[in-house]
Design a protein around this ligand. Structure first.
Ligand code: HEC
Length: 151
């Protein structure tokens, strides 16, 4: 009986996680994909790729905030709950390998706070944030040395 209940609870949790991921993916398609393209591939020279990259930002507090303060995020018509869900899904789905080991998911309260102060100069601040992260992360330092900061 207890085992049965535990199984039901587990599968409900799994279903809930699945439903959240699906909603996040749909929201990505509707609200971000137009520019960032499927799989977060980005558009060379115009829109940053999220794929195999966006996770690097989560290695610093400034980078964590940066992701939630770019115009595409702060000005989105999604609410804070949907946005935190989307960002948590996006960094794992497109950039799991670049994430720090202890990635703390965004909360909707955090997003509510951050989006009140949009980043006035994302292009300028991006490079200094990445420089600091690269100091402790040779793989990113190599990437910058090879490709520069270009996207
Ligand atoms: C109208 C096009 C457009 C839309 C829609 C858009 N973005 Fe962006 N995004 C950009 C551009 C361009 C940049 C580069 C910084 C800038 O100029 O704002 C950017 C930067 C970013 C960055 C920083 C990445 C980096 O490497 O610097 C993240 C993260 C991001 N966007 C996530 C999102 C998410 C999540 C959504 C959907 C909720 C979204 N964007 C919607 C165009 C867009």
């Amino acid at each position: 009986m207890l085992r049965g209940l535990a199984l039901v609870t587990l599968s409900l949790l799994a279903f809930n996680a699945y439903a959240q991921d699906k909603r996040a993916y749909n929201n990505y398609m509707l609200h971000c994909q137009g520019c960032h393209l499927p799989q977060g591939k980005g558009a060379l020279g115009a829109v940053p790729r999220l794929q195999n990259f966006v996770g690097y930002f989560l290695h610093s507090r400034e980078g964590r905030e940066f992701i939630a303060q770019v115009p595409g995020v702060t000005m989105s018509s999604l609410d804070n709950e949907e946005l935190s869900e989307l960002l948590n899904w996006m960094v794992r789905a497109y950039s799991e390998e670049q994430l720090p080991e202890q990635f703390e998911p965004y909360t909707s309260a955090e997003i509510a706070q951050l989006r009140k102060t949009p980043n006035p100069d994302p292009l300028g601040q991006r490079n200094s944030i990445l420089d600091v992260v690269a100091e402790g992360l040779p793989v990113l330092a190599d990437e910058i040395a090879t490709d520069g900061y270009a996207y």
